[in-house]
Design a protein around this ligand. Sequence first.
Ligand SMILES: O=C(O)CCC(=O)C(=O)O
Ligand SMILES: [Fe+2]
Length: 338
Amino acid sequence: MSVPTISLHDFDTRRQEIIEQLMDASTNVGFFTLSNHGISPEDVTSIFQLSAQFFALPDEVKAKTALNGKNAGWEKNTQVRPSTGTADQKESIQLQFARMEGLWPGDEDLKGFRERAERFMHQVRDLSVKVMECFAEGLGLPLNTFTEGTVDPGVGDSQDVLRLLHYHSTEGKSFGPNFWRAGAHADFDVLTMLFQRDGEGGLEVCPGRKVVGDFGMGQTWLPVEARQDRIVCNIGDQLMRWSDDRLKSTYHRVRLPEGAESQGARYSIAFFNQARTDSIIQGPEKKYPPITGGQFIAEAMAKNRMQSAEIARQAAMESSDKVASEVHFVPQHLQAAA
Ligand SMILES: O=C(O)CCC(=O)C(=O)O
Ligand SMILES: [Fe+2]
């Protein structure tokens, strides 16, 4: 098994073939990469430049727009994954179409940040809509099911998130056995689109999850090649439920550099298409009861908290000293985005 690449060239004339490929990849692996997707190399380079400029600012400046409890803002080394109990070795800033009062880095610190970020968010969202329409058609649902379910019609209830990520250089550093750039997790959203830079690898995916929301993982981790000209896409838990578990939301992680690999920094950019707060998520076969986008996130966070508590309990049984230094609960505000 490997992560397939799907080309979107001549999208309109090849639509049926593309739908088949998307359905095949998403029912088997849950991950695929898109080539010839229509977002220009210059635009991708430009958003990575913006990201690097932002993360190069002093922490005191970035902290002016610190994470706010609603999946917007900057954080550093604070996201603890329930699967690991350790904090991801990274910093990130999450940006949304709505609820951003006081959270856009100002022109005095990084000129034009908001305009450039929002322009890119719209570009990725437009591409996501095309792909989500293919999924609706592939599943036999009305064409606008996921787009109406995720795209704000002008009332300010979008929950989409663009997340710029900076995994620090590991040069000269050493880490304990359970440290990751991003610990294993499945995303909570409908569809994630991830941009990577050439050669900045480490992303691995683990197909094999059967039922939405479970913590079960398969045995085999597949590497995803880091190429700036392709977009890595994955199905999130919301679409897994919306498809009655047909499309798989797959566990993934980013490992630290190993052996002779470059110890340099890694930058990536993820766009999470999320169900709007009041959208109803339910599949054509009604395998699960209807749930709103808002409730879905709340339930997923509660499950994460329970798993974190279980990790803490087990660690406490193994060593009462270790627990204080190594195990942290996932702060509620950090759990919602993927
Ligand atoms: O940086 C990456 O390659 C993956 C990031 C990720 O999985 C996430 O933020 O949900
Ligand atoms: Fe993720």
